[in-house]
Design a protein around this ligand. Structure first.
Ligand code: RB5
Length: 159
């Protein structure tokens, strides 16, 4: 298997079963599933799992990443802090296709408490079968990448 065939999967404790189901699904479709856990159900911290998966995508070790937490939101936010990662949360197949076609997303985030198994697998399939359109979308993706080096330290950190 090459990196182009490898998909890293990670989650927090809320979505372990769905993650395992997705891993088996993508493996049955010819991908190498690189499942980095966790494997036990204790409460854990989604940022570290999002980061771990994102690092494998950013380094080129894996072509794509699929990450899950309760909503998909927190782990997505963490993954997107890693340079080179473009991750979107999807609750529908249209968005899953479009984040590949228009945004050249390299990671997909799913909320295990939001979507059921059948829809989650359809979302994964939509994401993995779509291709980046390039063209007018390429400079926009480059603009996203440019943001990674634009700012100094943040001042406002929320409440
Ligand atoms: C865990 O309770 C929950 O906060 C987490 O899975 C996720 O939804 C965070 O965004």
């Amino acid at each position: 298997m090459t990196a182009s065939n490898r998909i890293v999967l990670s989650s927090d404790h809320t979505a372990i079963q769905l993650r395992l189901t997705i891993a088996a699904h993508i493996a049955a479709h010819g991908w190498e599933a690189v499942d980095i856990g966790p494997t036990t159900p204790e409460s854990t911290h989604y940022p570290k799992h999002g980061e771990a998966a994102a690092r494998l995508v950013a380094s080129g070790d894996c072509r794509f990443g699929i990450i899950l937490c309760g909503t998909g939101q927190g782990i997505m936010m963490a993954a997107n802090k890693v340079k080179g990662v473009r991750c979107g949360v999807c609750v529908d197949t249209f968005s899953a296709r479009m984040i590949r076609q228009h945004n050249d997303a390299n990671m997909l985030s799913i909320g295990g408490r939001v979507v059921g198994e059948g829809l989650a697998l359809d979302i994964v399939d939509a994401f993995l079968t779509a291709q980046f359109d390039g063209g007018r979308h390429a400079p926009r993706v480059a603009m996203i990448e440019a943001l990674e080096t634009k700012d100094g330290p943040a001042v406002r950190r929320g409440t």
